[in-house]
Design a protein around this ligand. Structure first.
Ligand SMILES: [Zn+2]
Ligand SMILES: [Zn+2]
Length: 69
């Protein structure tokens, strides 16, 4: 379930849906890998699912790279 808006009032990025968040590809979720100490003391990596912080979980681009020209 992807929220329509990121939580900011009158967010200008949430008003448009032509740009897809480049961090989560529009899914609203990202899956970073986090280090986790395993039983033997070794450091392993575990994949976690988190709401995308860059777009507030909306899947809409919130900080597009400036277009020059
Ligand atoms: Zn927004
Ligand atoms: Zn995102």
């Amino acid at each position: 379930m992807i929220p329509e808006r990121c939580g900011l009032d009158a967010c200008r990025w949430c008003d448009r849906d032509d740009l897809v968040c480049r961090f989560c590809d529009g899914s609203g979720w990202w899956r970073p890998e986090k280090p986790q100490r395993e039983a033997g003391g070794a450091i392993g990596w575990t994949r976690v699912d988190e709401p995308c912080r860059m777009c507030g979980g909306t899947g809409k681009e919130h900080d597009p790279l400036p277009v020059r020209g």
